[in-house]
Design a protein around this ligand. Structure first.
Ligand SMILES: Nc1ncnc2c1ncn2[C@@H]1O[C@H](COP(=O)(O)OP(=O)(O)OP(=O)(O)O)[C@@H](O)[C@H]1O
Ligand SMILES: [Mg+2]
Length: 493
């Protein structure tokens, strides 16, 4: 056994979030740590790596009993932690990020920049990762940042690598690549703790699993001995989330009209979207669907064609005017595009609405608190006080706050880019129900996602993107994984 954690307790402000939990990891295994949002997965990893001090319990790693763990000590022992939210310094280079605090010095005691760049290059070559070590991190794509985080952890030859939702910003090829790296390292005896909400992934890469629910240990066993349905039952207590919830509803006039619309990453898009419709957008990463959403919202500048809302043309490149026209957008990649770390979760929630109305009304705290309570119930946000930092919430619960941020603007059209990132199975089902309900009430919803089952559950139709264009529109009953893949990889051509 490489790692034995027993009877671990941890409370925040007197509220227990880990209650006598256990976790055992063997040498050379990939151990899936599973649980709903807020179950305590990240917290346990923070305890193991010395970010938080535990209140009780014992930890044995590599034969050594660890009484007091610090970040430095866990690193020295060979534990590497790739956090759920990326932890890179954007204004530094790739090599500086890798060697921060562990700089290589030359015979004169000076930082040996050349050597560090060379070693970083060698590591990337070994892992078949195409990143220039001298590039500034801010110029990397999110997927490259995620690969950099993982490479960085591998650099110091860890015995145990913790990957907390490592694939949320990776496309299918990149995930396959990461899994290849994991399998190679496993052969050399490296162990992994793998945290993910995506069932297919868990079954592809893991050897064993441990399930937590509400801060308690529930079960563990071999992946080969269990099915995804059984795991879901362990996670949520029932498997109701697999039920088919789609229903048709009456739709209204055309509310959002894209006419020959072109911009960075997509071109000649024509779509007439009716009030009350739910439209799925999908395609491989970079195929144009996410880029289209950003451009509709005014984040990037269009190059041709038009977007009309209620028959009125929206000017290019003004998010404020777009919001005024009644459009809201939940961006993908929470940490980079949504989290305002210095603000409380209440402030994070009302931010968008006040960008719209601040000129007219002062902020009314009590009213905001009431709205927050409404969304908390509606979305099942697990949090203590609304004045707590947004960072005190688990990843999935943060995402729910950002969904509330945009629902709170009462926009008619919601653009949702990868809205269920980091959201657990049970809560996903709740969000799908909510989207269907909103559509019934007359909201129009565009949802961009790489997860086909997601659009299969809720979309009236789905536009498949390939190299910047819509290559196929599939009606609800035609949407299935195989057909979507066929068009999004142009395998039909
Ligand atoms: N620094 C903190 N202060 C207060 N509460 C915290 C803090 N960190 C975590 N919590 C609480 O502990 C609980 C467990 O959170 P944790 O981040 O471990 O969940 P998780 O299982 O990783 O969920 P997810 O899948 O959403 O990432 C949550 O209710 C969270 O709000
Ligand atoms: Mg987490």
């Amino acid at each position: 056994m490489l790692l034995e954690m027993k009877n671990i307790d941890k409370a925040f402000n007197g509220v227990p979030v880990l209650k006598k939990v256990q976790l055992e990891v063997d040498r050379g295994e990939v151990h899936a740590l599973l649980g709903e949002n807020g179950a305590g997965k990240s917290t346990l990893m923070n305890v193991l790596t010395g970010v938080y001090t535990r209140d009780g319990g014992s930890v044995v790693f590599d034969g050594q009993t660890l009484d007091h763990i610090t970040i430095r000590k866990s690193e020295d022992l060979g534990i590497a932690f790739v956090h759920q939210e990326l932890n890179l310094f954007n204004d530094m280079t790739v090599w500086e990020n890798i060697f921060l605090g562990k700089e290589i010095v030359n015979a004169f005691g000076r930082c040996d920049k050349k050597e560090m760049i060379k070693r970083a290059g060698e590591l990337f070559a070994e892992l078949d990762v195409r990143i220039d070590p001298t590039e500034k991190v801010e110029n990397l794509k999110t997927s490259e940042k995620q690969l950099l985080e993982i490479s960085k952890a591998l650099f110091f030859k860890a015995k145990l690598l913790i990957l907390d939702e490592p694939t949320t910003a990776l496309n299918n090829d990149e995930i396959a690549h990461l899994f290849q790296i994991i399998r190679n390292l496993k052969q050399n005896g490296t162990s992994f703790i793998f945290i993910s909400h995506k069932m297919p992934e868990i079954f592809q890469i893991s050897d064993r699993y441990t399930v937590f629910r509400n801060g308690e240990y529930i079960a563990s066993g071999n992946i080969a001995d269990i099915t995804p349905e059984e795991i879901t039952k362990l996670l949520v207590g029932n498997a109701d989330s697999f039920r088919d919830i789609y229903e048709t509803r009456p739709t209204g006039e055309v509310i959002l009209k894209l006419h020959d619309f072109s911009g960075p990453g997509f071109e000649h898009i024509n779509l007439d979207i009716r009030r009350g419709q739910i439209v799925g957008l999908t395609g491989l990463q970079g195929a144009g669907s996410s880029e289209l959403m950003q451009c509709i919202f005014g984040v990037t500048c269009a190059t041709g064609g038009s977007v009309e809302m209620n028959g009125k043309r929206i000017p290019y490149h003004s998010t404020h005017r777009t919001m005024k026209a009644g459009i809201a957008m939940l961006a993908s990649n929470r940490k980079e595009n949504s989290v305002i770390a210095d603000m409380s979760l209440l402030e994070n929630m009302y931010l968008a609405e006040h960008t719209l109305s601040a000129m007219n009304f002062p902020i009314h705290r009590k009213a905001e608190q009431q709205k927050y309570e409404k969304y908390r119930g509606m979305l099942g946000i697990k949090a203590q006080n609304s004045s707590d930092s947004i960072l005190s919430l688990s990843g999935g619960n943060q995402q729910k706050v950002f969904l509330a941020r945009w629902l709170n603007t009462e926009a008619d059209v919601l653009l949702l880019d990868n809205p269920t990132q980091g959201i657990d199975v049970g809560a996903k089902a709740e969000i799908y129900k909510l989207i269907l309900q909103l559509a019934k009430e007359g909201k129009t919803i565009l949802i961009n996602t790489l997860e086909i089952p997601e659009i299969q559950k809720i979309a009236d139709y789905c536009a498949v993107f390939y190299e910047g264009r819509i290559v196929k529109v599939l009606q609800h009953r035609e949407i299935d994984e195989q057909t979507v893949m066929l068009y999004s990889t142009a395998a039909n051509a």
